[in-house]
Design a protein around this ligand. Structure first.
Ligand code: HEC
Ligand code: HEC
Ligand code: HEC
Ligand code: HEC
Ligand code: HEC
Ligand code: HEC
Ligand code: HEC
Length: 376
């Protein structure tokens, strides 16, 4: 079911309160009687720009639906007042340090809000929560701005799963806040604000202090495109025409482009970093993979889904399954690929894709530039 945002006209310090209202999706209406291609094509798809919502996909793709439901993709955007989110903040506080101070969180009928201890009556409303909480949750609020119309404040405090703690939001400087609102969050404008929503939702753009056409989370149709036409065809015929990843055009490049749109492609990285490849680039898996011999020399045979079922959360995948992926190509019996003089059965990931911990993010990332490391 797509989530639709509507704005409630309650104003507090210049902020609009928003709510996610769950609505029944408008699935395309298809009469069961359609039996010929002409009948099928006579029925125009309905719905919201061709998007039907993930509930509709469940009808025929129950397995992928269930798997996706456990993936971080399916939980990466919520209202801050959502019970599961609010419970992690409400009634708690933490000291950010100078020049900000101690933040105190409260949940009431207006939703989740934060105030600075000793900061008077001012409370700052917290609207959206980004991140599934597999590692962290960061809060975001939209506000009116005289110059830009709408701006977003990324709140200074985040929740981290490790040790169930509140702490500083990664990447925020300790500079002196330039305005009252900036005491509560780092200001994002224009493209940076839009992209933040883009990467964590299926549809939605920021306008007039709200997210218009919001479908929360990275759902089926973010990757596969609007599904109305496919559903219409699939309901009317046993073997619907190729769709999305089934189309002849779908190849290794289009897939890396898809995942890299959010997990980052080299174009999002500075040339200096691409040249020096600091450890922190491990966070951006496509950037590493694209410079691996495994990718370069396998002529399109290697892509993200060679090693990842895109619907299945990585926390469900065992080490032996990962190793099986490597051995699929690298085994002594196969003359088409080189094999490892050190081990042909175990430990491949530890030695060739080491994990770098990013303490400020509360997690770590595996270097996808698959190679022989000098310390191996
Ligand atoms: C629209 C943006 C977007 C696209 C496209 C996207 N991802 Fe993600 N991905 C995310 C976000 C956001 C998260 C963090 C989810 C969370 O909050 O836990 C994530 C997390 C993940 C994770 C770790 C979380 C888990 O539960 O396993 C894996 C693995 C992953 N993505 C793989 C992929 C692959 C493979 C593709 C391409 C087939 C892809 N992603 C495409 C945005 C995207
Ligand atoms: C270019 C796409 C992109 C943009 C823009 C983006 N994110 Fe993400 N975000 C991701 C991906 C991909 C992940 C998965 C892991 C990673 O790379 O950190 C993620 C992970 C996260 C997580 C951690 C989730 C978890 O539990 O693992 C949080 C919190 C988060 N993003 C918040 C934000 C906020 C707030 C903004 C905007 C100010 C933002 N992101 C902008 C793509 C994006
Ligand atoms: C992060 C991007 C992403 C999301 C989200 C996603 N898919 Fe996929 N899906 C892919 C990719 C990439 C492939 C191609 C995989 C391959 O070639 O092995 C695929 C393959 C498929 C296939 C054909 C192969 C198979 O596994 O049966 C179906 C059906 C499918 N997806 C349905 C869904 C449904 C239903 C949802 C939501 C519940 C969903 N997908 C969510 C990226 C995604
Ligand atoms: C009425 C049944 C039905 C519904 C609803 C449905 N599909 Fe499918 N889908 C099929 C059939 C049948 C196929 C072709 C056989 C197969 O690959 O399972 C298919 C194939 C696919 C493929 C693989 C394409 C290919 O040619 O390999 C993807 C991806 C996919 N569906 C995604 C979705 C998504 C996303 C949704 C929800 C928006 C959805 N489907 C809803 C029946 C359905
Ligand atoms: C689709 C096939 C494929 C898969 C899967 C694959 N590789 Fe490779 N890999 C290659 C190719 C091709 C080369 C280039 C040498 C050759 O032709 O065998 C290579 C080269 C390497 C090298 C040497 C790199 C260098 O810079 O000299 C290492 C190390 C390596 N692979 C490790 C791995 C590990 C570890 C995995 C699993 C995480 C893996 N590979 C998965 C195809 C693959
Ligand atoms: C040769 C196999 C292989 C390929 C290809 C591959 N990955 Fe991975 N990926 C892994 C392994 C192994 C891990 C670590 C799993 C673990 O132990 O948690 C991983 C982990 C991840 C994670 C979780 C965060 C992290 O870095 O540990 C994300 C997200 C991810 N991969 C995205 C991608 C994307 C996007 C692509 C395509 C550009 C891709 N991967 C291609 C093997 C691969
Ligand atoms: C203890 C660390 C370690 C483990 C575990 C390990 N490797 Fe290696 N691997 C190395 C080192 C070191 C080299 C370079 C050896 C040399 O050049 O003499 C290497 C080389 C390679 C090469 C390149 C061989 C060539 O001829 O260019 C491939 C491919 C490879 N490993 C794949 C794998 C795979 C697949 C696994 C898991 C089954 C694995 N490795 C496990 C350390 C390791």
């Amino acid at each position: 079911m797509p989530l639709v945002a509507i704005a409630l006209p309650v104003l507090r310090s210049g902020f609009l309160r928003t709510e996610l209202v769950v609505q029944e999706s408008k699935a395309p209406v298809v009469s069961a009687a359609a039996s010929t291609a002409a009948d099928v094509n006579a029925q125009a798809p309905q719905g919201n720009d061709g998007y039907v919502g993930r509930e509709v996909c469940r009808e025929c793709h129950a397995e992928n639906y269930d798997l996706h439901g456990m993936h971080g993709h399916a939980h990466t955007f919520a209202l801050a007042s959502d019970e599961k989110v609010a419970a992690k903040f409400a009634g708690r506080d933490f000291d950010y340090g100078e020049p900000y101070g101690r933040y105190e969180y409260e949940q009431d009928e207006d939703g989740l809000s934060v105030r600075l201890s000793g900061g008077g009556e001012d409370s700052f409303p917290l609207q959206y929560a980004l991140g599934s909480g597999h590692h962290a949750i960061t809060l975001l609020s939209l506000a009116k701005d005289a110059e830009k119309g709408t701006v977003a404040y990324e709140h200074r405090g985040s929740w981290f799963r490790d040790r169930d703690r509140l702490g500083r939001t990664p990447g925020q400087p300790l500079s002196v806040p330039e305005s009252e609102s900036e005491r509560f969050g780092m200001k994002h404008v224009d493209n940076v604000m839009q992209k933040c929503i883009y990467c964590h939702t299926t549809t939605g753009t920021v306008a007039d202090q709200k997210i218009v056409g919001l479908t929360a989370n990275v759902n089926c149709e973010k990757c596969h495109g609007p599904g109305a036409e496919h559903v219409r065809q699939a309901r009317a015929m046993k073997e619907p025409p190729p769709f999305s990843v089934g189309s002849a055009k779908w190849d290794s490049e289009s897939e890396i482009q898809l995942c890299g749109d959010c997990h980052r492609l080299p174009e999002a990285i500075t040339l200096k970093e691409l040249r020096e490849y600091p450890d922190k680039l491990a966070r951006f898996q496509p950037v590493g993979l694209l410079r691996s011999q495994c990718f370069i020399e396998s002529e399109g045979a290697l892509r993200c889904t060679t090693c990842h079922n895109p619907h299945r959360t990585i926390s469900d995948v065992s080490e032996s399954e990962h190793i099986a992926n490597c051995i699929e190509c690298h085994q002594p019996e196969k003359s088409s690929h080189v094999s490892c003089p050190v081990s042909t059965t175990e430990g491949c990931v530890k030695c060739h894709m080491p994990k770098y911990d990013f303490e400020s993010l509360g997690t770590g990332f595996h270097d996808h530039w698959i190679r022989v490391h000098s310390e191996d």
